[in-house]
Write a protein that binds this ligand. Structure first.
Ligand SMILES: Nc1ncnc2c1ncn2[C@@H]1O[C@H](COP(=O)(O)OP(=O)(O)OP(=O)(O)O)[C@@H](O)[C@H]1O
Ligand SMILES: [Mg+2]
Length: 250
């Protein structure tokens, strides 16, 4: 069965229609990249998938493992295996990294009928995963994302992903704000999660990220529609020629 099936998806924010009929299918084991001009609806698509308040699906369907998620709240979708790494991660004043991660992981475990993770065990697990991503222990004691640098926020998003092991990971411009070394570290972290259990949707402006996280498919989103799909060579074509030619042809 397909992991994710998006069918003729139309979505609006208030009275403003942003997505105009998107079709996209992602199978387990596949990495799909989405590129597209600023304001084309990439983040909107990620928010609509994750069930964020204020984003209304006006037509079409989103199926996760064959089941519609449209009636599911954001937290239900997360427990069902969806994960969104935000383009602009939100600050959670008063919530420390460790307690936040623990609550999230336990929610996933309860959903899967597994026991909650033991506190000591969890600290070990988090420290190991954090070390792999260059997130230091001091950061885990701070309030989530409060005062984190841009790059630190992005690493922290991927740390969440590494611990939650989602079946569908949507990464919205996870490469933005990362220095060259961090880009490599974060990409390695993402690649470590690739596998037959997981599908990924990677939103980016840059071919550079896709040379680290090599996608199986690349889609160009413009004006709320996918105007072209191809393999990884499409990302190179965009880097070379920009979007104008593709948009005009569509
Ligand atoms: N709350 C809102 N009310 C009205 N329009 C909105 C709202 N939020 C987003 N939009 C509009 O929706 C369009 C798509 O925005 P979106 O953030 O999805 O673009 P994007 O493809 O992610 O762009 P970028 O590459 O700059 O991140 C933009 O024109 C934006 O101004
Ligand atoms: Mg965006």
């Amino acid at each position: 069965m397909n992991l994710l099936e998006i069918k003729n998806l139309h979505a609006a924010i208030g009275d403003t229609k942003i997505l105009h009929g998107i079709d996209l299918t992602i199978n387990r084991g596949e990495v799909h990249a989405i590129m597209g001009p600023n304001g084309s609806g990439k983040s909107t698509l990620s928010y609509v998938l994750s069930g964020r308040d204020g984003y209304e699906v006006t037509e079409g369907e989103i199926l996760l493992d064959g089941e519609s998620v449209l009636e599911m709240e954001a937290d239900e979708r997360a427990r069902a295996g969806m994960f969104l790494a935000f383009q602009y991660p939100v600050e959670l004043p008063g919530v420390t990294g460790m307690s936040f991660l623990r609550a999230a992981v336990n929610a996933r475990r309860r959903e899967a009928g597994e026991d909650e993770v033991d506190q000591l065990e969890f600290v070990k697990l988090v420290r190991a995963a954090a070390a792999d991503l260059g997130v230091d222990n001091e950061m885990l004691k701070r309030a989530v994302n409060v005062g984190f640098s841009g790059g630190e926020k992005k690493r922290y998003e991927i740390l969440q992903m590494a611990l939650l092991k989602p079946s569908l990971a949507v990464l919205d411009e996870t490469d933005s704000g990362l220095d060259v070394d961090a880009l490599k570290i974060v990409s390695d972290g993402v690649n470590a999660q690739r596998g037959d259990d997981c599908g990924m949707l990677v939103i980016t402006h840059y071919q550079r990220l896709l040379s680290h996280i090599v996608p199986d498919f690349v889609h160009i989103l413009a004006g709320g529609r996918i105007i072209k799909s191809g393999d990884k060579s499409l990302a190179l074509e965009v880097e070379e020629n920009g979007y104008a030619g593709l948009v005009n042809a569509a």
